[in-house]
Ligand binder design. Structure first.
Ligand code: GTP
Ligand code: MG
Length: 456
């Protein structure tokens, strides 16, 4: 439609006409109601609180039934979320209720990251819905909406105020989900202490900028009750599934040696206020806020991240095709840059490795040269030694020959004078000769040994 045409329609005055009789479009609200009733409703509650704080008991008390209840252990290494979905029916209204419990919350020594799994879970549900919305063939009509509509944050009744874990977690979640803080096991605190605790908690939430869910006051029908209930936050709740006879009535209560705490007695606790606000008065507002505020914020950020933007009245009109093309080009440029970066990294790595190998080769070559020199020196030394030994052997042989000749001559001399009377003289001569030979031999060996020792 051309802009001028739009302007014409905008400036056109609306005329009120009288109808001649009943035509039927006044049944439109009824049509909507019956369509919604036929379709059924989804409601998803996230219970955030320490292990054993009373989450499951409160859920059972709220819906007056017994949900599956698996007790948590105090030894979980990290927080994880456990969703359970139930089909409930009241009158002719069908409700698909999902209760998500935080298992292991507050049990770790280091609680810094405790909020992360919760945040991730909430985002994952938004992401699932966005994916469905962006599909070509959407089936939002029968889509099981798992987005969290309300986060009941359970505050321990034992402290003097909020713990840092409570503040950090609520602060991280407040832009993602509607938060209603509740003081759990309120029957364990005296009335005056409870009043002080409520004031302290609210002032801490305000001073730390934590946005909790405020019951809406725009609708006149509920403005009064909602604005009065806003002053009772955080609700101090007591949960019980035990039926106790009080007077002639059976009521849900907790029994103690000194008396009983009635869950639905507004003088005992705020359970009824919570149920009224959560289920009877503001359930639809919680669903609407989730879609119009929290999901919208998620969707906007996500689409902006993807490169989509709205039409600026002063600039050209927004085209999905153009955005897609621009984003594709951007992506391709980024891909090319990444590829080039990786190629460069690979080349550098190869160069580095090559240089390292060259260095190693040089070292090996030097070592080889050194060993070669050592080997040559050794060889030279051995040659020298061999030459010396040969010389010694020759000298020894010469001496040996000389000694043998000397001995031969001496023996010959002895054998040619057999009839000499002086036998002692002969003996002496023979002894002298053999001693000379032995001496010669000994001299030679001692000489060789001393040379050998000297050499070593
Ligand atoms: P996990 O699922 O194990 O983390 O525990 P939870 O938070 O679901 O607590 P659960 O409802 O199982 O209750 C734990 C204990 O607290 C049980 O013994 C309950 O009877 C008790 N309890 C629950 N609500 C209240 C309450 O309002 N007041 C008191 N005094 N005790 C309660
Ligand atoms: Mg439980």
């Amino acid at each position: 439609m051309a802009a001028t045409e739009v302007d014409v329609f905008a400036n056109e005055e609306k005329r009120n006409l009288e109808l001649g009789g009943h035509v039927g479009f006044d049944s439109l609200p009824d049509q909507l109601v019956s369509k919604s009733v036929a379709q059924g409703f989804c409601f998803n509650i996230l219970c955030v609180g320490e292990t054993g704080i009373g989450k499951s008991t409160l859920m059972n008390t709220l819906f007056n039934t017994t949900f599956e209840n698996e007790e948590g252990s105090h030894y979980e290494s990290e927080v994880h979320l456990r969703p359970q979905t139930y089909d409930l029916q009241e009158s002719n209204v069908n409700l698909k209720l999902t209760i998500v419990h935080t298992v292991g919350f507050g049990d770790q020594i280091n609680k810094e990251e405790s909020y992360k799994p919760i945040l991730e879970y909430i985002d994952a549900q938004f992401e699932k819905f966005l994916e469905e919305e962006l599909k070509i063939k959407r089936s939002l009509y029968n889509y099981h909406d798992t987005r969290i509509h309300i986060c009941l944050y359970f505050i321990a009744p034992t402290g003097h105020s909020l713990k840092s874990l409570d503040l950090v977690t609520m602060k991280k979640l407040d832009s993602k989900v509607n938060i209603i803080p509740v003081i759990a096991k309120a029957d364990t605190v005296s009335k005056s202490e409870l009043d002080k605790l409520k004031i302290k908690i609210m002032s801490e939430l305000v001073s730390n900028g934590v946005q909790i869910y405020q019951f809406p006051t725009e609708d006149e029908a509920v403005a009064e009750i909602n604005s009065s209930m806003n002053t009772h936050l955080p609700f101090a709740v007591v949960g019980s599934v035990e039926d106790v006879k009080v007077g002639n009535k059976m009521v849900k209560a907790r029994l103690y040696p000194w008396g009983s705490v009635q869950v639905e007695n507004e003088n005992h606790c705020d359970f009824v206020k919570l149920r009224e606000m959560l289920l009877r008065v503001n359930m639809e507002d919680l669903r609407e806020q989730t879609h119009a505020r929290h999901y919208e914020l998620y969707r906007r950020c996500k689409l902006e991240e993807m490169g989509f933007k709205d039409t600026d009245p002063d600039s050209q009109s927004f085209s999905l095709q153009e955005t897609y093309e621009a984003k594709r080009k951007e992506f391709l440029v980024e891909l090319q840059r990444k590829e080039e970066e990786m190629r460069q990294m690979f080349v550098n790595k190869v160069k580095e490795t090559e240089a390292e190998l060259k260095e190693k080769e040089k070292e090996l070559h030097e070592r080889f040269e050194q060993l070669k020199r050592m080997h040559q020196d050794e060889k030279k030394n051995l040659e020298e030694k061999r030459r010396e030994l040969e010389e010694e052997m020759n000298a020894f042989n010469r001496r040996k020959v000389a000694a043998e000749t000397l001995m031969g001559q001496a023996l010959q001399g002895c054998s040619q004078q057999p009839f000499k009377k002086d036998k002692d003289k002969k003996k002496l001569t023979c002894q002298t000769v053999s001693q000379a030979g032995a001496l010669l031999f000994t001299f030679d060996w001692s000489h060789r040994c001393s040379r050998h020792v000297q050499h070593r």
